[in-house]
Write a protein that binds this ligand. Structure first.
Ligand code: UDP
Length: 229
């Protein structure tokens, strides 16, 4: 599988079908495997947080999450057109689990009802170690093959890294705010905005507190433009 580095952080050059194919293979291989959804905030954080950089480096698949990463990866010769965002991954991944008879566990922000035909279980929990015993108990009860962890970055990646050998799952994926969109708690940007690659703007308007996190984006763009192709 072709991959590149965006300001030092690995990004796999995949689209949705090849990402799903790779995840299917990772589940077949048995785990634990970490799948990260790399966006510009991840990249900027990894540059100043060696521990986060180490966790991303240990990931088995680094998905290009967002237009900022796709743009930078394409500059490095990656042949990809669209981001593979956590929120877009959940539905086809659930379909794949249903098809293969794999169990899916949703951890983090309260998700909605299970899809018909899909064995799914959910628990909110929290990333703090004081919740580990209860959370592991819930997970072990369900014997999932795949777990989606929605604690936001970097908490979800650190959580997976800390507990991956005790989860008993084949694949763990940090999906950020994906469940908030699935349940409709946070509406997604209209299709025209997504097509115009402006979903980030809709997120900013709906959740203005994001401005602090997005403050790294201009620095990210400048660093990418200055980095050798
Ligand atoms: N969250 C949680 N427990 C926590 C902290 C966060 O369940 O202790 C959830 C929160 O409800 C939200 C998600 O983690 O659903 C983080 O979403 P955010 O939009 O910040 O993530 P992004 O997609 O931007 O990485």
């Amino acid at each position: 599988m072709h991959q590149t580095r965006v300001l030092g952080v690995r990004v796999d050059c995949v689209d949705m079908p090849s990402a799903l194919e790779r995840i299917e293979q990772l589940v077949d291989d048995g785990g634990p495997h970490l799948v990260a959804t790399v966006n510009p905030e991840f990249v900027m954080r990894a540059r100043k947080d060696p521990d986060f950089a180490r966790v991303l480096e240990s990931a088995d698949l680094c998905l290009p999450d967002g237009v900022g990463v796709v743009w930078a990866a394409r500059r490095q010769g990656c042949d990809m057109r669209h981001p593979v965002a956590g929120v877009d991954l959940v539905q086809p991944l659930a379909a794949m689990c249903a098809r293969r008879g794999w169990r899916l566990f949703l951890l983090g922000a309260a998700p909605g009802d299970a899809n018909e035909g899909l064995e799914v279980n959910a628990h909110s929990g929290a990333p703090d170690p004081s919740h580990d015993v209860e959370t592991l108990h819930r997970i072990h009860d369900h014997h999932p093959d795949v777990i989606l962890v929605a604690y936001g970055a970097p908490a979800q990646e650190f959580w997976i890294d800390r507990l991956k050998n005790r989860l008993g799952v084949s694949v763990a994926i940090g999906v950020g705010g994906a469940f908030d969109y699935l349940t409709g708690r946070v509406p997604r940007a209209p299709v025209w905005m997504r097509r115009a690659r402006m979903e980030w703007l809709a997120r900013l308007v709906r959740q203005p507190w994001r401005v602090r996190r997005m403050a790294v984006l201009p620095a990210y763009a400048i660093k990418v433009l200055r980095s050798p192709k």
